[in-house]
Ligand binder design. Structure first.
Ligand code: C2E
Ligand code: MG
Ligand code: MG
Ligand code: MG
Length: 281
């Protein structure tokens, strides 16, 4: 009877498990094919990072989308983990950097001489800097100063002391690039990391912004993060700003920049150009 039950349990779980594994394997295969035509397979969308004091946009975050041949646009949460596990992120991440750099060059000419584009850089890319080591040269080829590109990393990376993160982030800094700490407040990093790794900006995670209301706990937390960052000489970007009230509360707390659906969802570069000339008053 036990054997029978065991088999039943198996037949209950197996199809579901198998399907998940198969979907993943199929995606990994499709991703491998996508690498042979990076420009046709991936696309960067841009979301404005708005100066809360002036309502102007001189910064954007590049967010990758995969143009899957049959499934349409796939969001990063669905394929970045697979790309990381398989190391394909190294090639994809290098493409992200180059595409973003070329876009920064265009917008620096057409819109604002100090325009900056932020890119998300996976811990896997920091572990293996083979590609990223060439980034400063690529910027030079384009005639772009390092300040054109901001590297967004997450807190988890800073906890991993084993891989010489300090030295690797220094390579970005030496080339003039800035480093932002993404999803700030959700991990385990302490204040001393901000100094130790010379972080330039923190991005307050959207989970804090979501709970913003006057005199709320969310408000107290945001105020504390902003005050602390400013004391250390860092700039603060709030993620996930969706309402005028959140924007007002953040601006009143002295937050430097806001990013979120209130201003725009992430859009293709062509559509972003209309936003560049808009003031978010
Ligand atoms: P992230 O870097 O924290 O990016 C912010 C995410 O929040 C984006 O999701 C963005 O579309 C979304 N978002 C922006 N404003 C709002 C808002 O007002 N409300 C809400 N609810 N969400 C908002 P997306 O584009 O799906 O990207 C998800 C994550 O995927 C990113 O989180 C980042 O960690 C990763 N990612 C994106 N592009 C790349 C890339 O080129 N390379 C790597 N390694 N990771 C990437
Ligand atoms: Mg980011
Ligand atoms: Mg974030
Ligand atoms: Mg995130």
């Amino acid at each position: 009877a036990a054997k029978h039950q065991g088999r039943n349990r198996c037949s209950y779980y197996a199809p579901f498990m198998q399907e998940a594994v198969q979907t993943r394997m199929r995606l990994a295969n499709d991703l491998r094919s996508a690498l042979s035509a990076l420009n046709d397979s991936f696309r960067l969308f841009y979301q404005p990072i708005v100066d809360l004091a002036t309502g102007t946009t001189h910064k954007a975050e590049a967010l990758i989308r995969w143009q899957h041949p049959t499934r349409g646009l796939i969001h990063p949460m669905e394929f970045i983990p697979i790309a990381e596990e398989t190391q394909m992120i190294l090639e994809i991440g290098d493409w992200v950097f180059r595409d973003a750099a070329r876009q920064a060059a265009r917008w620096r000419l057409s819109h604002h001489a100090a325009f900056q584009i932020s890119i998300n850089v996976s811990p896997v890319q920091i572990h293996n800097m083979a590609n990223a080591r060439n980034w400063p040269d690529y910027l030079q080829t384009l005639g772009l100063p390092g300040q054109s590109i901001v590297v967004e990393i997450t807190e988890g990376l800073l906890l991993d002391a084993s891989i010489g993160v300090t030295e690797k982030l220094r390579a970005f800094h030496e080339a003039g690039m800035e480093v932002s700490l993404d999803d700030f407040g959700t991990g385990y990093s302490s204040l001393c990391y901000l100094k130790k790794f010379n972080i330039d900006n923190i991005k307050i995670d959207q989970s804090f912004v979501r709970n913003l209301a006057p005199d709320s706990d969310g408000m107290v937390l945001c105020e504390a993060m902003i005050a602390m960052a400013h004391k250390l000489g860092l700039k603060v970007i709030a993620e996930g700003v969706e309402t005028p009230e959140q924007r007002e509360l953040l601006a009143a707390a002295g937050c430097d920049y806001g990013q979120g659906y209130l201003f725009s969802i992430p859009v293709p570069a062509e559509d972003f150009e209309a936003l560049l000339n808009r003031q978010f008053k």
